[in-house]
Design a protein around this ligand. Structure first.
Ligand code: GYE
Length: 344
């Protein structure tokens, strides 16, 4: 009897276990397609990066001074373009004093309104400290007009001419002017000696003058000035009148040299050939008058390129270390036809 009862209980237990197993889903079955996956964490909202416009730009511009026609056109380009684009310009004229440029640089670094600093450097050296301070302060720095001897990591870009190419072209053009001349003695009127424009134009000229046997017999700074150009040329003529050509590193010094040549009883552009650099209105008038023979363009209207580069840098874009300006060569025979279309 007992055995019979035990068997019945065992059978009931087996049936109950089988019923429970049939209700539990199989561990291997995937959830039915209709069940939505449960998100593990809500996305973190991030603030969208600010996109700067010209209206957000306040530019501290450190200009060299006001030494001539090229500089006046360069300054006008920055003031007029700032107005056109609707950016704020804080303009500083350093009166051609390096110490003034350095102190102005620090003032713009300390100015909370200024987010872009633009420099037209009087000298190639002495900028590392202020550039590092500006970088630490989060200011964008753009070098315009003249290059500097500092690591390109310390500024957004340099926008300016290839002064060495200008010098090389001047040597090639002087060879053309002196073709057939028995002597090829050339004197050089130099800009401010620490500037990249003066250094590189002089180097470039010496790299090509040898193609035709030119010799630079006298070279001296006349500081970009017409008055000093006239005085230095008069001294050159007194020291050694055997001169066939003048390489003036800007228009003003070449026009001053032409006056000295006239006062010495000679004809500029004929007895002594004159080549200058810049391409200002004064140079075109000098070519039309026959005093200057050839003028190499150096474009001062750089502000549109500079402001565009600064805005890109403000918006985090990496720029090339140097954006060269494009320039031409002007000849006496074409000057009258071209002059009306010139803008500076
Ligand atoms: O040639 C001269 C001015 O830096 C390119 O500076 C500029 C030079 C220009 O004083 O006229």
């Amino acid at each position: 009897m007992k055995l019979n009862k035990l068997f019945k209980v065992f059978a009931v237990v087996i049936v109950l276990v089988m019923m429970l197993a049939a209700c539990k889903p199989a561990a291997t079955e995937a959830p039915a397609a209709t069940e939505a996956p449960v998100a593990t964490e809500a996305p973190v909202a991030t603030e969208a990066a600010k996109v700067y416009t010209y209206a957000d730009m306040t530019v501290g511009f450190i200009q060299t001074g006001s030494e001539g026609g090229w500089r006046a056109a360069n300054t006008a380009s920055f003031k007029e373009t700032a107005e056109t684009l609707g950016l704020t310009l804080k303009f500083y004229d350093a009166q051609n004093k390096l110490e003034n440029q350095v102190s102005a640089f620090r003032n713009f670094i300390a100015d909370p309104e200024v987010n872009v600093i633009v420099l037209a450097a009087l000298e190639t050296t002495g900028w590392d400290d202020v550039l590092k301070e500006a970088q630490a302060a989060g200011k964008v720095v753009v070098i315009e007009d003249r290059r500097i001897d500092a690591s390109s990591d310390l500024y957004a870009t340099y926008i300016g001419a290839d002064f060495a190419l200008e010098g090389q072209n001047a040597g090639i053009e002087m060879c053309k002017l002196l073709e057939g001349s028995e002597s090829k003695n050339v004197v050089e009127l130099v800009g401010n000696v620490g500037s990249s424009a003066a250094k590189d134009r002089g180097t470039g000229f010496r790299e090509t003058m040898g193609q035709c046997g030119i010799t630079v017999t006298q070279s001296q700074t006349a500081n970009w000035s017409a008055t000093e150009g006239k005085d230095v040329m008069a001294a050159f003529l007194k020291a050694d009148p055997n001169i066939q050509g003048v390489f003036a590193q800007n228009d003003e010094m070449g026009l001053g040299a032409a006056l000295a040549i006239k006062e010495a009883g000679l004809v500029p552009g004929v007895d002594i050939k004159i080549i200058t650099v810049d391409g200002t209105a004064g140079a075109f008038k000098g070519m039309i008058a026959g005093d200057l023979n050839t003028v190499l363009e150096c474009n001062p209207l750089l502000a549109p390129q500079v402001y565009e580069a600064a805005l890109k840098a403000l918006n985090g874009e990496k720029l090339p270390a140097w954006i060269p300006s494009q320039e031409g060569i002007f000849y006496q025979a074409d000057a009258e036809a071209i002059f009306p279309s010139r803008t500076y």
